[in-house]
Design a protein around this ligand. Sequence first.
Ligand code: C2G
Length: 144
Amino acid sequence: MRRVLTYGTFDTLHYGHIRLLQRARALGDYLIVGLSTDEFNASKNKQAFHSWEERKAHLEALRYVDLVIPERTWEQKPHDVKLYHVDIFTMGSDWQGKFDDLSALCEVIYLERTNGISSTMIRSSLQPDEPSSTSPAAILKRAR
Ligand code: C2G
């Protein structure tokens, strides 16, 4: 059984995330996702729209994801690779080269990032007073 590992925040789950997870799972037979905790996100200056528990439930609903573990630090990756007997570590290409040190422990593969969609875009369209929002309130506000 080839075991694959990836990490991320996976906030406001969208087709860019799903395409990544689908291709990651296709690299092997079992996909583990290290899901950034809210505390770890704070250290990345990121605040997710959904809680860790909600984001975990979203991932567990996907057929591509076999196990979700907490990502609490940048440094836990080598430990997780050993603990879960990981064969392949993968991330989107926006992380190209950043985790090459893991190639001492497992194969490292970067998958092309999906353009045109991001959690930031989705979150800004959820804010009613954001100019880019497409909510009826925002459209009416701009029309005045
Ligand atoms: N991704 C993608 N296409 C997008 C958006 C994201 O392929 N349009 C990929 C990213 O490259 C990443 C994964 O989906 O591999 C999760 O993205 P984020 O939730 O933004 O995760 P990030 O903040 O990059 O955290 O230790 C690594 C970090 O936890 C990664």
